[in-house]
Write a protein that binds this ligand. Structure first.
Ligand SMILES: Nc1ncnc2c1ncn2[C@@H]1O[C@H](COP(=O)(O)OP(=O)(O)OP(=O)(O)O)[C@@H](O)[C@H]1O
Ligand SMILES: [Mg+2]
Length: 246
């Protein structure tokens, strides 16, 4: 589904991604771990098409299409969802309006009609109930005044509502309390299906206890330096990166 080959990317004048290769198939959950500053969020930003990140060589295909040639909104319409380490606040735009606008924009690009108000609210009630988000919060400005954990829960809510094919979640577990971690993990597990894939960026084994990955990769120095199964995350937790990724 997602195929990244020998990706090199720079931010400003610095090369951050230095030949990153990674392939994710439908039905799989991959986890990326790695030291601070390794380039994990940079990878997420490059895949999202964020300004300021320049791909100097390599390729990324998504369902066989050249992802890097698509505008960010086209990537989203193609079924790519990116959850960020630091979700943005958008004052004056309610969470619900934001989501409905995003959903309809994606549907339009896919040649589908707009979602009806009744169907939209039905989905909102279903998804928000799973994540324990109340209606008052959903009517507030996007992430405005949300605690760190509430922002992450809201991200899981957006994931459930948009139902993309591929989700890349950058430190979705950071700042979550124990109950919220379980709730957000349930959201991700509900999202798992043979037609979908997930890439989780995380620093901690505990998320992977809830959302069991098929593959674990270590990203260090802008490249994937080691890949394995869930046991690799345990080894990292026990031994740190120095022994493993060196
Ligand atoms: N706009 C920028 N200008 C200059 N350097 C940048 C910029 N954005 C990122 N970097 C650098 O790129 C490197 C990789 O950053 P990135 O955010 O991808 O790391 P990360 O692996 O996500 O780390 P963490 O685990 O701390 O979230 C860092 O050294 C960072 O300082
Ligand atoms: Mg990061």
């Amino acid at each position: 589904m997602l195929k990244i080959e020998n990706l090199h990317a720079t931010v400003g004048t610095r090369e951050i991604l230095k030949g990153l290769t990674l392939s994710v198939n439908a039905g799989e959950v991959h986890a990326i771990m790695g030291p601070n500053g390794a380039g994990k969020s940079t990878l997420a930003h490059v895949l999202a098409g964020r300004e300021g990140y320049e791909v100097t060589s390599g390729s990324v295909t998504f369902d066989g299409k050249e992802l890097l040639e698509l505008a960010p909104y086209e990537r989203a319409a193609a079924g790519l969802f990116l959850g960020f380490q630091y979700p943005v606040e958008i004052p004056g735009v309610s969470n619900l309006l934001f989501l409905r606008t995003a959903m309809n924009a994606q549907r339009k690009l896919r040649g589908e009609g707009e979602i009806s108000g009744a169907e939209f609210m039905k989905r909102v009630r279903e998804e928000s109930a799973v994540l324990g988000l109340d209606m008052e919060m959903l009517k507030r400005g996007v992430n405005v005044g949300f605690s760190g954990g509430e922002k992450k829960r809201n991200e899981a809510f957006q994931l459930g509502m948009l139902a993309p094919k591929f989700a890349l979640l950058d430190e979705t577990d950071s700042g979550l309390d124990i109950d919220a971690l379980r709730i957000v993990s349930e959201g991700i597990n509900r999202f798992r299906s043979p037609e979908r894939a997930v890439l989780l960026i995380t620093h901690y084994q505990r998320l992977l206890d809830h959302v069991r990955p098929d593959f674990v990769h270590v990203l260090a120095g802008g490249r994937i330096v080691k890949s394995g199964g869930p046991e690799l995350a345990h080894a990292l937790e026990a031994e740190g990166y120095e022994g493993i990724a060196a």
